[in-house]
Design a protein around this ligand. Structure first.
Ligand code: SAM
Length: 1012
């Protein structure tokens, strides 16, 4: 019998969460900045899950000795002895508890460990800046992605784990020596190849050295495990598996994702390497422009009079050719982006679509900005001040707050000239039938003190409005039936080419023509195609920054591209960036992101292997030849990847279609085989659900046959329906869940727009399983209740809350269920996974409720809320609360205003209804807990910080005070509304409130800076 993998037993989820949340704000050199893709997983969680899926639990009795030795030698001697020492006192628990110094815990600390400073801060209840939270020696820390020492340890541990499984008799000494021999052969072969002058010329010698390097890489990787991601998306998981030295495979059905994956985890690792040119060759290839580029110090290029040494050939070539295209395009269309009177290049233009007043006697063309502000920050307010003359509207620029009545009310327009109201339906018709005109409202410049705004000069207007040669607009269809994500379609925008202005289309076509001219001069070999691929990626980036549907955030003075939230809404006013300004949003800036990525991911010698295919092909890998699968399947119907990515497909087909004819053979991205539950692809919701489940089962089925160890699946959807489908597919593919871990992977509040997502994602580890036979649901329920209760307590202690906490228990429940062929009710009916998960959610909520402190009144409130929500119920239903074991008189609940009676109906009191009419309720420690919490909510709502701080100080100054638990409970159960908003606000500021209480005995009057 083999040992369990670490992921089935333990994982440092707090540490992984901390670094994963940080990862979302890392920009320069991060994989997500190469090209937009949706729902990317943070790199730390991917690296941790891949690693933990490959190494055994060293405390398992079946763990190979060689691996135990490896942990001892690599993590418990020399520097490792100090750095990976488990915590003296686990910092995120409220008790003093030493973490045992054993091999499992050392492995955990290797994956991620809080720094000394962070440990001390956590214990003292203080915060630590994200970048200082993890110890510098943690495998998953961003700064360590190219750290040779740490990567070598990780790779060797994986090597020994893999070899130890295959050859249980091999000793650590033997494996250590084998590893060193194979591993060290790679840099030796690299050095010889990269020291060869003019290796761009494909001589026999070059070919031979390239083959030798490839042979060294293969020899090493043949002895390493293989990891597969069947839903590779932006490529984060394969990138991390390759970083850990594994043979890393990734599939994606989507051609755009496929190109992004190769651009992220194949090409930089293969081609982003040093090159030495003789002076003659360099000059021949790059001429004067190249010489100038070589002098710029930030590229690290050296020239000794005879040879140029370039640290990253690929980054240099991409930059060189992109700049060539940029210069030529600007020469042709730059006049359309004129400088201002001082000669400055604007950074963006602010446009508004106009609607025609439906009053025939007026007919004013009214610009439909959603507000008049151009800048609306606490320190800076600038707005367009309208001046009306008959049916003409002109504008001047003013500073400060405005009190002008706005005329765009959610798309209905009150004409500022005649007062007539033109309804949104009429404006929609205008848009569909004739198209709405666009008016240039302002020019945005980058000044010494931030953004500056100006009205367009006459000359700028003349040039910007000048007629441009008409170009063919991409005629590929927008997803017309996908109205919830693409409401823009109902406004008459039907083709992908419709979302650009004339000048944007002309500019993009010019870019394409310069790109085509260049392709003639670039070698048609793998390297040449790679360079062109990045130029295609670059053109995508330029296109998405130049549509007429971006948004200008006046509060932050920032431009937001379309599709960031996987949708396109109708926008009346939009910013257009100047591709030639050289600043933020420009083509040069877009290039910069690509170059930074190439420079940051070129150190790794292992590239991943990608297939642009629908997963589930049983012939793709031989039986049990993959060691592990680590993946992140689509979240049911949350994102229409194929529909959204058509934006890029349209442009990539034109730039890269000839380079990758097979990938771009279809008119638009393939939709029918996409493994999502998107309604309009399958006619209706039921068919969409079935399609998703069928595809997922097919894919898991193939994986089960192809994988010898664990299958780790990350999932971030909170609906029971989405989880039911996922779990059904796992069970139908004859696997069972053997480990389940929630981890925070999103920034708090970042996903507010899409409530389908959790702030954490749950990773389940699965294995093929033998089903034991039949079971009685009542017995199974008992086991599930126990497991879920323990899980809730553990996760609550680790800081998981609300829906995330309830969902995190699904894995435990399914693991019990999956032992049996069939689970039956007492009546002999089969229990479905859906029923099981509902039961698991209920058990989790119940367990949470058991922990709800306080007197029966508070327990009643929480229990009732959990069962009935805030909606009205019949009197008899009140009896249901006995289910949660509270003992309280209904009449007293009514007189205490916890239960509001209207006729024969009852509903639970809101905070206002409960304590709103009696100012003293909830202010004393002896009051009901629920009253105290409601009082805090009303204090927060009224902005009464003095009272709120007083309440926190007197009632709940410690993070483990029961009031916080009640707040958490309510936060997980209340429906959207004022009460929930207050709770979210208080919880988001909880740390700060407690801190302030400690700092100031007497609070000062002022406003608290609550997070939104
Ligand atoms: C949640 S995303 C993966 C994101 C990825 N982990 C990352 O970090 O970027 C799911 C991916 O599955 C892909 N997909 C959907 N159906 C598929 C299928 N039948 N075969 C292969 N890939 C598929 C989608 O195109 C999408 O890129």
């Amino acid at each position: 019998m083999k040992a369990k993998k670490l992921i089935e037993v333990a994982l440092p989820i707090k540490e992984i969460s901390a670094e994963s949340v940080r990862d979302k704000s890392i920009r320069h050199g991060h994989i997500s900045t190469l090209h937009l893709w949706w729902a990317r997983r943070p790199l730390p969680v991917c690296r941790a899950i891949v690693f933990a899926s490959l190494v055994p639990d060293p405390l398992d009795e079946n763990c190979p000795d060689a691996f135990k030795y490896a942990v001892e030698m690599l993590l418990n001697t020399g520097l490792g002895k100090l750095h990976y020492k488990p915590y003296k006192d686990i910092p995120y628990t409220s008790i003093v508890d030493e973490m045992e110094d054993n091999h499992r815990n050392r492995l955990m600390m290797f994956i991620g460990k809080f720094s000394e400073t962070c440990q001390a801060n956590m214990i003292a209840g203080k915060s630590t800046p994200p970048k200082d939270q993890l110890d510098d020696w943690s495998l998953i820390k961003w700064e360590n992605k190219n750290n040779p020492q740490i990567l070598r340890i990780a790779r060797e541990l994986i090597f020994v784990a893999y070899q130890g499984d295959k050859r249980p008799d091999a000793t650590w000494e033997e494996l250590d020596a084998e590893f060193a021999k194979l591993y060290e052969a790679i840099p030796k072969a690299e050095k010889i190849l990269y020291e060869l002058k003019d290796r761009h010329i494909e001589t026999e010698k070059v070919k031979q050295l390239e083959a030798e390097l490839q042979a060294a890489i293969d020899a090493f990787q043949n002895e390493m495990p293989s990891v597969f991601d069947p839903f590779a998306g932006g490529g984060a998981i394969p990138l991390e598996a390759a970083r850990l030295g594994c043979r890393s495979y990734g599939n994606d059905i989507n051609p755009v994702a496929h190109i992004i994956e190769r651009g992220s985890a194949e090409f930089p690792q293969k081609y982003g390497k040093p090159i030495i040119y003789s002076k003659e060759e360099f000059e021949k290839l790059y001429g004067k422009v190249g010489e100038e580029m070589a002098k710029e110090t930030d590229r690290g290029i050296t020239f000794d009079g005879k040879t140029y040494r370039i640290p990253n050939r690929l980054a240099f070539d991409v930059e060189f050719y992109a700049k060539k295209i940029l210069a030529e395009t600007e020469k042709e269309v730059g006049y359309l982006y004129p400088v201002d009177e001082k000669g400055n290049k604007p950074i963006a233009y602010y446009w508004a679509r106009t609607a025609k007043c439906s009053n025939p006697a007026c007919g004013a063309e009214v610009p439909m900005m959603k507000s008049f502000y151009l800048a609306n920050t606490p320190k800076k307010k600038i707005y367009l001040n309208p001046e009306i003359e008959s049916n003409k509207i002109s504008f001047s620029l003013s500073k400060g707050k405005y009190y002008i009545k706005e005329w765009n009310h959610r798309g209905n327009m009150t004409c500022p000239c005649c007062g007539n109201v033109t309804s949104i339906d009429i404006i929609k018709r205008q848009s569909r039938e004739e198209g709405l005109k666009m008016r240039l409202m302002a020019i945005i410049n980058d000044g010494d003190n931030g953004k500056e705004y100006a009205l367009p000069t006459k000359e700028q207007q003349r040039l910007i409005y000048s007629e441009v040669p008409q170009q063919e607009r991409p005629k590929e269809l927008l997803p017309l039936k996908y109205i919830q994500a693409f409401p823009v379609c109902s406004w008459g925008f039907e083709h992908w080419g419709d979302i650009f202005s004339d000048r944007q289309i002309y500019m993009l076509h010019t870019w394409l023509s310069k790109y085509y001219e260049l392709t003639e001069s670039i070698s048609n070999n793998d390297y040449g195609r790679t360079v062109l691929t990045y130029l295609g990626i670059w053109i995508d980036r330029i296109a998405i920054a130049n549509t007429s549907f971006g948004v200008y955030h006046t509060g932050r003075e920032k431009l937001e591209r379309i599709l960031g939230r996987q949708s396109i809404s109708m926008t009346f006013d939009f910013p257009e960036s100047n591709p030639f300004c050289g600043k933020s949003g420009s083509a040069e800036n877009q290039l910069d992101w690509i170059i930074r990525y190439l420079e940051s991911e070129n150190k790794n010698e292992f590239s991943a292997i990608f297939a642009n295919a629908s997963s589930g092909d049983k012939l793709q890998f031989d039986r049990k030849t993959l060691t592990a699968v680590v993946t992140d399947p689509p979240y049911y119907d949350a994102i229409g990847y194929a529909d959204c990515s058509d934006f890029f497909y349209v442009w990539m087909k034109r730039t890269l279609g000839n380079l990758y004819p097979m990938n771009f053979a279809t008119p638009q991205t393939p939709k029918s085989e996409e493994c999502t539950a998107i309604k309009h692809h399958q006619d209706n919701e039921e068919k969409a659900r079935k399609h998703f489940e069928k595809k997922l089962t097919e894919i898991f089925d193939a994986i089960e046959a192809q994988t010898s160890e664990v299958v780790s699946i990350m999932y971030a959807h909170q609906s029971t329906q989405a989880w039911t489908t996922l779990c059904n597919s796992i069970l139908d593919a004859r696997m069972n869940i053997t480990g389940s871990w929630p981890m925070d992977t999103e920034m708090q509040g970042a996903l507010k727009t899409d409530m389908a997502f959790l702030e954490s994602s749950v990773t389940v580890a699965c294995r093929p399983s033998e089903r034991k036979g039949y079971a009685d649901f009542d017995e199974v329920k008992h086991d599930i209740r126990q497991l879920v209760k323990a899980e809730v307590e553990k996760l609550y202690g680790l800081g998981f809350r609300g829906a995330d906490l309830l969902t995190a228990c699904f894995g435990q429940a399914v693991s019990v269920f999956g032992h049996y062929k069939l689970v039956e009710t007492a009546e002999g009916d089969p229990v479905s996974v859906g029923q099981l998960l509902e039961f698991a959610r209920e058990s989790a909520a119940q367990a949470l409720l058991e922990g709800v402190p306080g007197e029966p009144q508070t327990k009643f409130y929480c229990g009732w809320l959990q069962m009935n929500g805030m909606s009205e119920c019949d009197f008899d239903d009140v009896n249901k609360y006995t289910r949660v074991g509270v003992n309280v008189e209904i009449r007293s609940l009514q007189s205490d205003k916890l239960l509001i009676t209207e006729g024969s109906k009852q509903h639970l009191a809101t905070a206002e209804e409960h304590v709103g009419s009696n100012q003293s309720w909830g202010t004393q420690p002896t009051d009901y807990m629920i009253s105290q919490v409601h009082r805090m909510m009303l204090a927060y709502r009224g902005g009464n910080q003095v009272l709120l701080l007083k309440l926190v100080r007197e009632l709940c100054p410690q993070s483990d005070a029961p009031q916080w638990r009640v707040l958490d409970f309510l936060g997980g159960h209340l429906p959207e509304g004022k009460d929930l908003t207050d709770i979210k606000g208080i919880l988001a500021s909880a740390e700060m409130l407690r801190q302030k209480c400690k700092e100031t005995a007497i609070p000062k009057v002022g406003t608290l800076d609550f997070e939104e």
